[in-house]
Design a protein around this ligand. Structure first.
Ligand SMILES: Cc1ncc(COP(=O)(O)O)c(C=O)c1O
Length: 312
């Protein structure tokens, strides 16, 4: 590890090992938090980390905060600045995962009234490599279903909602698969436990719409834009039946942690011939170049953070 992990807690930068909360913290018991997963990609030639689509991540966090009445004393601008400062202080010269969390910090038990509970914001950054552990995913359809908007809105990254992702991921990996694909309440294809899903059929991309209870993924929107503007591909948001996966030409998952990762098998059935499809490979390569800051046209999506010497 090249640097020293730091955290931002109660308005201060502290070593990660000293960043602690009390056991009565509301969010610990009830999942009353909204978090983000942001990647900082190390560019060795530039000697800096490029934080990918930082503003968009905080826009989503602030949207989710409204639902949970998380009144945090930082603007979008403040949150971006705090993040760059934390990454620079941590001094890593490798890829990092940045985890902000806005949460109900009140140390009160048996209080279910959001409007009575104090909130806070904390942040940490740690080195991070390949999340899914495979470049050719074998997935299964989960027996768990994605929540519907009137249960917990799936469009925000609410801490408590992730119990479902965790059940699905655990079930899939214990059965020998790499990742789970969740269906929504009415049985249509939704997304992975932490990724959006795309199919390629006859040269066109298909992905479920937000109203089908998928997270409005930032990688999903990045891939959509790159596919349309750079590769001239049509991207269609539409309801997808489970059976469509089995007959698709290609399938891939997208997410901050997962990047763009091809799916080669679903429910023990090969996707097409079981190899990585040409469109998936093309999108994957372009996406990697963009997130690491190597495509000038998209450098505005990359916020620069230059590691400082530890402790400075
Ligand atoms: C359930 C779920 N879907 C999709 C995604 C992908 O979203 P993004 O591309 O913004 O990381 C994530 C990851 O945050 C997720 O947790």
């Amino acid at each position: 590890m090249s640097g020293d992990p730091y955290a931002f807690l109660r308005g201060e930068y502290v070593p990660l090992s000293e960043a602690k909360v009390g056991i009565m913290t509301h969010a610990l018991h009830y999942g009353t938090g909204v978090f983000e997963g942001i990647r900082g990609n190390w560019n060795s030639q530039a000697g800096r980390i490029y934080i990918f689509r930082l503003r968009e991540h905080y826009e989503r966090l602030l949207q989710g905060s409204r639902l949970l009445m998380l009144d945090i004393p930082y603007s979008l601008e403040d949150l971006c600045n705090i993040t760059v400062e934390l990454v620079e202080r941590s001094g890593f010269s490798e890829d990092v995962y940045i985890r902000p969390l806005a949460y109900k910090s009140a140390e009160r038990v048996a209080n279910l009234k959001l409007h009575e509970l104090d909130s806070d914001f904390c942040l940490m950054a740690v080195p991070f490599g390949n999340y899914l552990g495979s470049d050719n995913l074998r997935c299964c359809t989960s027996s768990w279903r994605r929540v519907d908007d009137p249960m917990i809105p799936a469009r925000f990254k609410i801490s408590g909602i992730y119990v479902i992702s965790i059940l699905a991921k655990t079930e899939a990996t214990m059965a020998g698969f790499d990742e789970a694909i969740l269906l929504n309440q009415d049985g249509h294809v939704c997304e992975g436990s932490g990724e959006n899903l795309f199919l390629v059929t006859d040269g066109k991309l298909y992905t479920p719409p937000i109203e089908d209870n998928v997270l409005p993924g930032i990688t999903r929107s990045t891939v959509t834009q790159l596919a349309q503007t750079e590769l001239g591909l049509e991207v269609i948001e539409t309801r997808i039946d489970r059976s469509q996966i089995y007959i698709a030409d290609e399938c891939f998952l997208t997410g901050t942690a997962a990047h763009v990762t091809p799916v080669v098998e679903v429910d023990n059935r090969k996707v097409a011939d079981g190899g990585v499809g040409p469109i998936s490979a093309q999108i994957q390569k372009l996406y990697f170049d963009v997130v690491v800051g190597n495509v000038p046209k998209f450098l505005h999506w990359c916020t620069s953070a230059t590691p400082r010497l530890v402790g400075v």
